[in-house]
Design a protein around this ligand. Structure first.
Ligand code: BG6
Length: 489
């Protein structure tokens, strides 16, 4: 039994508290938990960063962030309660001796400490060393690590090893914020609370699956980081594989972290390798050129601020992924993600198999197959495309394709939209690891991604151009058209 639940006190220590992630996501998420009364009254939030600031300065920065990034009116009473929890510690995070100051700041009591590493992963090891030096680690403490965990399998192992010297796996919460999104969580409910889908979720009923995560943004001033990562490391290795694993995993025995994580791991491990022999037929890399978004001209990737004009980094990836197991043999999962696509739009489309025989030829020469669309964002919802008779007296049976549409906005109008970080922070406070990525899964994901990256490097081909504001390079259409299928747009 974990010592900490939302009823007991904790010290939430954010390393990198003045950074973008902390200001945009973490502090607003904690504020919302405060609004919901989910933070124990004795808990404190300790901001750690390099600049020298007084606690009053820190409170002003936090207030400004809440005004900027909380999408609703702030409540003065709740704000007062929230800011009273704030503490600031100036720290050179690479300097082990400096952590003695942090020890002076943290309570000596028996609060459980939750350390959020919102810093570059290269200093995770330094932070662990410093905490250990100042005897700030006990078996009840938890750490939250942001992605990317490494740049490849080898570098992720180095980071995981550094952390594992001081923390056990059951204390480590590796964030992939997609796992905190309501619509991604709903995949569990859709699959395992509806026998209609549970019983038709395999190669016998499903023809193929498409997963699209399109973004209209470019690289948002993050050129140096992004150019080393590219869309493969930034999105596929993490977010898209998380979605894929939830879609493809075997039913877990229950909702416990061990059951869910074990099944997700098996799904990722069953991904068919893509390597130098098959990379050309299974993948497409693209890079955006100049174009227009909503009528506004936007520069190419190579003309973004700070760009290296020779870069061959991909900003778009399409992959035909296959899962070598009993359930999915022969069912492709087409993945597609890119920057500067026409809209922010993420969805999963499950294409069911066609009917074996058509008795409605007079009305429809080729019956379209059923499609289940799961709209992840925006306009969250689930939609099922099916055939229906057009009412009428005609003796001929006229039919058409219609949809059952469950829009979450319409159905849950009174519910506030919960940000992924709120959910994930709460799960850490509750000691529930089911929405966090295990070390084994991170490593399995890197193993699969590394092989693709290696194959791309071996071919040394430049990514295919696509105009900003389009759906990606033409070859991404051919990738799926070769199988007589097409992307849903
Ligand atoms: C991040 C990536 O993890 O996810 C970004 O580093 C990307 O490049 C972002 O834009 C997308 O997240 P969301 O929640 O806006 O879909």
């Amino acid at each position: 039994m974990n010592k900490l639940d939302c009823q007991s006190a904790s010290e939430i220590v954010i390393f990198g508290a003045l950074g973008d992630l902390s200001r945009r996501k973490l502090l607003p998420a904690l504020y919302q938990l405060e609004v919901c009364g989910l933070i124990n009254e004795k808990s404190r939030i300790v901001g750690v960063a390099r600049p020298a600031h007084s606690v009053e300065d820190f409170k002003s920065i936090v207030l400004e962030s809440l005004h900027d990034f909380v999408n609703e009116m702030l409540d003065e009473n709740i704000l007062a309660r929230f800011t009273a929890r704030l503490v600031y510690q100036q720290l050179d995070m690479k300097e082990a001796c400096a952590y003695n100051h942090l020890a002076d700041t943290l309570s000596a009591g028996n609060s459980t400490r939750v350390y959020y590493f919102s810093t570059p992963p290269t200093i995770y090891g330094d932070i662990c060393n410093g905490l250990n030096h100042a005897t700030l680690i006990s078996s009840d403490d938890r750490i939250i690590m942001e992605k990317p965990i490494g740049h490849c399998l080898a570098s992720s192992k180095v980071i995981n090893d550094q952390v594992a010297r001081f923390f056990n796996e059951n204390q480590i919460y590796r964030i992939d914020h997609y796992l905190g999104k309501e619509t991604v969580l709903n995949l569990l409910v859709l699959r395992f609370a509806n026998s209609l889908f549970t019983n038709n979720w395999d190669r016998n009923s499903i023809d193929h699956v498409q997963i699209t995560v399109a973004e209209s943004v470019g690289i948002e001033g993050r050129w140096t980081f992004y150019d080393e990562a590219g869309q493969m490391r930034d999105m596929i290795q993490s977010h898209l594989l998380q979605i894929l694993s939830l879609l493809a995993m075997e039913p877990p025995a229950d909702l416990s972290a061990s059951s869910i994580r074990a099944e997700k791991l098996k799904a990722v491990k069953a991904l068919s390798p893509i390597n130098r022999t098959n990379v050309k037929e299974k993948t497409v890399r693209g890079q955006y050129t100049d174009g227009f978004l909503n009528g506004v001209a936007v520069p190419s990737y190579l003309n973004e601020e700070g760009a290296n004009t020779n870069s061959k980094t991909e900003t778009f990836v399409a992959i035909k992924a296959e899962i070598d197991n009993w359930r999915w043999s022969g069912v492709p999962f087409y993945l597609r993600t890119g920057k500067r696509m026409p809209a922010k739009h993420s969805e999963i489309v499950v294409h069911f198999k066609a009917q074996p025989h058509n008795i409605f030829k007079d009305s429809y020469s080729e019956l379209p197959s059923n499609k289940l669309t799961i709209r992840l964002q925006p306009d969250e919802g689930v939609e099922l495309q099916m055939m229906n008779k057009i009412p009428g007296i005609a003796s001929q049976m006229n039919i058409q394709e219609n949809k059952l549409d469950l829009s979450f906005n319409d159905t849950y109008q009174d519910q506030r939209v919960i940000d992924a970080y709120e959910r994930l922070m709460l799960e850490v406070l509750n000691g529930n690891q089911s929405l966090f990525v295990s070390r084994d899964e991170v490593e399995a994901a890197w193993t699969w991604a590394d092989s693709i990256i290696d194959a791309w490097q071996a071919t040394n081909e430049a990514p295919k151009p696509y105009a900003a504001g389009s759906w990606g390079p033409v070859s991404s259409i051919s990738l799926i058209a070769r199988d007589d299928r097409q992307w849903v747009e």
